[in-house]
Design a protein around this ligand. Structure first.
Ligand SMILES: [Zn+2]
Length: 291
């Protein structure tokens, strides 16, 4: 195991962070804004989100760079700022993290389909490599390729991130099929795990998707399929529209109860995706003490 990961995982389980998008919206980000661009235009507000997770007890926080690949940034007219947005996003999180919290640079999907020829493998590899370079320049400790549905895209991002020589985790969304154990593209947990393990991933996980309860069997299957660290970040239930606002109707306490089961099923890293906030992390850090 990579030294950086070994050090973090020595004290187990590792509580990571929660959602960033909703926290940025609370600070004024509106629909249609490019969240990643805020690293340059509103660094103070981005830092507030990072700091809120550090203060809640996260031992790993991510970076505000989920959509900061050149392919997505191009649609905001910001392609030429790719490296700067990633570098600044990384340094904002590092500043909030101090010496005791690790920063994993977030790389999300390109939003384009390889399968239909919307984008080529060469274009994807190049876009992810540029993003990873910026993240390294900003000082991240590791990279997390997350929210992936297409295994080929995930492998291209993994390979690009591995060129930095930092540890790289890959997390996919298993929310489809009768048992909610495959991605939208039909990739099973077992197929994803064996391909990503062969490709040299340092950790494998699942994030986003449907509610946290579905992560109990997902974690069990991931744990059975790999000896690598398992990374889990569920959503806070399924979103509902109440009075025109998106709401997630699960409390931090209920989320934490399920998180405890997920840890017992073998998750090494646990945090939250859409709908979670620092309150969820604070509730989970209590679990860390009693498991
Ligand atoms: Zn999510």
């Amino acid at each position: 195991m990579h030294n950086t990961i070994q050090k973090i995982i020595n004290s187990h389980p590792v509580i990571t962070d929660g959602a960033w998008g909703t926290q940025l919206q609370a600070q004024g980000l509106t629909q249609g804004d490019c969240p990643d661009a805020w690293n340059l235009t509103h660094p103070d507000r981005v830092e507030k989100v990072a700091q809120s997770y550090v203060d809640a007890g996260s031992r790993v926080i991510l970076t505000n760079t989920f959509g900061a690949n050149g392919i997505l940034l191009e649609s905001h007219g910001l392609k030429d700022k790719t490296r700067e947005i990633n570098k600044t996003g990384a340094s904002i999180s590092k500043k909030a993290a101090g010496n005791h919290v690790a920063v994993f640079g977030s790389i999300g999907p390109s939003g384009k389909m390889l399968l239909t020829g919307e984008v080529t493998a060469v274009q994807l590899r190049h876009a992810f490599a540029e993003q990873a370079t910026g993240l390294v320049e900003g000082g991240v400790d590791a990279i997390i390729v997350e929210t992936m549905a297409d295994l080929d895209e995930a492998k291209l991002a993994l390979a690009a991130a591995q060129d930095t020589r930092l540890p790289v985790f890959v997390s996919m969304v298993f929310d489809s099929g009768k048992e909610k154990d495959r991605t939208l593209m039909g990739v099973t947990i077992e197929d994803a795990t064996s391909a990503l393990e062969d490709a040299g991933a340092d950790g494998i996980g699942a994030n986003c998707g449907s509610g946290i309860e579905s992560y109990i069997p997902v974690t069990r299957k991931l744990r059975a399929a790999t000896k690598l660290p398992v990374w889990i970040k569920p959503n806070a239930g399924l979103p509902e529209i109440i009075d025109g606002n998106i709401r997630y109707n699960i409390s931090p306490e209920t989320f934490t109860e399920h998180a405890r089961t997920i840890i017992n099923e073998g998750a090494d890293f646990i945090g939250g995706c859409c709908g979670t906030n620092p309150e969820f992390i604070r509730a989970m850090t209590a679990v860390q003490k009693i498991t």
